[in-house]
Design a protein. Sequence first.
Length: 334
Amino acid sequence: MESAEFCPVQRRCANADQDVTRRDDRSLHIADLPTTAIRSGNHHRGLHAFLHLLDAPTAGRMRDSRQPAGLVMRIPLYQVDAFTGRLFGGNPAAVCPLAEWLPEPTMQSIAAENNLAETAFFVAQGEGYLLRWFTPTVEVELCGHATLASGYVVTHILMPDRRSVRFDTLKAGPLEVTRDGDLLAMDFPAWPPERKPADPRILAALGKPPAHSFVTRGRTLAIYERAEDVAALRPDFAAMRQVPGADAIVSAPGDGDIDFVSRYFAPNYGIDEDPATGSSHCMLTPYWADRLGKRQLRAQQISARVGDLQCTLKGDRVTLAGRAVLYLEGSITV
């Protein structure tokens, strides 16, 4: 990807006091790039063409009188339902493309305001992007559904001529998302369960003892005998919050063409139950591949919204594939 060059855009108004030219050491984007140019992929500035850095009202847009005077930053916002082919299914994620990183407290505040399981932020770097994820309360090391949603935004909206995109991350390493028809496939690390028992306080909070339990990268993995057992769980989230960092992946064999089902509870991360979780399948895929003796698996996360994933174990990597649906497109003003 080419690095974008931007010049300040000067708007002259009848009143000289409304000159909105901004001159400082930071590049500014062209403030009113047509949406059609962005969606067509014809504008080489791609991602950066969305970021508005203005210090006065733009033409055709009045400042809200409740907004404080000074710098106004308009950040693009997409909300995408991931791991589903239908609207209102899977897991909704917010995606915010940036021209440069915002302060961490600002990104955390945006994620809290969005109040979704995760908000993803990415910045262009070379041919790919740097990617970070925030729940309403903390930054996380890996988020599958928000990565899928970010891949959707890049390959379907910002640069629809691209078939794949690479995201570099702080802790999970490089992640690639590839577009294959209506599927998006993600290359993620495989995290096999560690053969050590889980914290009994977490297992007790689940409400029903599992047949087996393990720990993987600090997460509890509880295995039940039947999908009905997993569906019937009503965890004591207050009890889980008493255990610092406690969360739990619960899973069981599936029925029919579904190889396994799961749910994910993470009350200490601002999410009692995550509707569809890619990162948990980095642990579930190697477990079920070994148990069932197969490398390609169909998984279903049986939350209220239901998420569908196709999982493939490839050595120390996992391919997670799913669909995504755009729900919302707009901007944030901060």
